[in-house]
Structures are given as structure tokens and as C-alpha cells.
Design a protein around this ligand. Sequence first.
Ligand code: NI
Length: 302
Amino acid sequence: MLTTRSFSSLLLALGLPSCLTACASIDRVFPWESAKNETDKTWAQSTERPFEQPTLKPPKNRYFSLPGHGKVVAMTFDDGPRPWTMDLLDGLKERNIKATFFVVGRVVKTYPEVIKRIAAEGHELANHTWSHPKNMAHMPQRVVRRELDLCRDAIIEVAGVKPRLFRPPGGSFTKDQSVWIYDEYDYVNIMWSVDPEDWKRPGAEVLTNRIMNGWERSRGVHDGAIILAHDLHEPTVRAMPATLDALIAEGYSFLTVSQLLALDRPEAQLMMFPARVDADTLQPSPEAQPVTVKKANVIVEP
Ligand code: NI
């Protein structure tokens, strides 16, 4: 007899998207926290299978955005954490929004409580180097490796999560670096498509307006946008409640970057969350479960 569970497993085995049923519901802000559904059970059953990180990698080594899946965006926050990142997390939680944090390794251990909370609340932690060097494009490979390794190890040590994404500081890197970082680290290199230049501290209203409507140096929000902001800067954090509310009012939903990139690959949608890994081997801890696995396949726009 074919139970619902085994049917779902069969779908997975066949590589079919299990959103056949789940896709029916579309919520503006996703009900991640309450997603106790068949999709989750299916994942829970399948955790004994080997870690298949390479198969999860999106096909391109670098992304600026991922249009084509309706009104979804990924908010990204760089160069933190800082103490006020806690306030940002409060605002995200209130709105049930998941974001991506490109953290600087050397401050990860300064604010371990912030890092742990980022991971615990379902946001994505990503590698933004150890020391945020000014021009990575001109750095020797061994130095770049050290920057990536140290940041990765700090994230794993504090949060137990292996990052899957990399963003070069200032967006400065070469095509070669983009390729070997993708090939050897299994990182997807994440740029952005909306840049309000918040680090110049233009003021809260201007910041919101730039993200919503664009300005002379960047387009505004659009389907599949990856939005750049910096939780390093307290004024950016203070401007976020109004900005997030404006995005919600325009009908946008929010995904982490890995969730966004998985929209093109149904087979990756259940596996896009970082698994807990052993800090020594960088392999999944045998007893560990994925941090949280929720469905993201509610993204179907008519
Ligand atoms: Ni940066």
C-alpha cells in the first residue's frame, strides 16, 4: 500500500518536485515557523543519505539576481555582525522574513550570540572573508584561500553551519577567482542587483526610496532581486523596518539567497538549508540534522 509518506519519498527518488501539492498555497510572508507538513517529514526521513553538497550547487558560479519566479527577493546584510544586528533580527522575526548575512570572519567570534541567533532563526550565514580585504582581485591565491578558510571555520565553530555562499568584499574579484572558489569551495558567488549605497549613510527615507524605486546608480527592487545592505552600519538597521514594510506592501516575499537560487531547481528545494557539520572534518555530523528544513516551494506565481 502506498502511503502518503512513501509516495513523497518516491517523488523525491524520481527527482520530482514535491511541491505538487504544497505549491497550491502561496503566502506573502512564508509560514516557515509553522511548516510542519508532509514536505518536512519527507526530508526528515531522508537525512541518512550521504551529504550531496555538489549536486546542490546552482549551475552558474556567479549570480546577481534570479528573475523569473515572481515577486520574491533576497535581502542580504554584509560586513557584520554588530550589536544592533540583534534589532535587525527582531524586525525580521516580527515580519517572518528570512535573510542572508555575509559575515566578516574576524568579528564572528566577537559576537557569537548574534551569529548563533542568525542561524537559529533560519537565516543564512555566508562567507565574506576573514578580514574584508580591500581588493581581493589583486591578492595571491593562497592569501584568498586563507581569508575564505578562516571565515568558514569561524562560522562553523560558532554556529555549526557550513556556508554555501561567498561574496567578495566590495564585489571585487576576478573571473578566475569566481571559478576556482565555485569549483573548490563549492561556493556560489553572490553579487547583487539592487544597491542603495547604504554605507554612505544617505538617511533612512532616501535609503528606502533607493531600494524601492532605484536611483542613478542602481535599479530599484524587481522580481528575483538580490538587495545589498550592510548591518555594519546602524543607520541601515534603523531604516530596515520601513524598508521591509514597503517591500511587503508592494507584494514581495523574502527568501534566503540559497532558497532563491533553488527556485530554478526543484530537486534542490528541500536541501537548500545548511546542514550542521563537524568542525574537524567539515562533513555532516553523523548525529546532526539539518538546522531547519522548511519548504520554499510555495513560489509559484500564476
Ligand atoms: Ni563587505
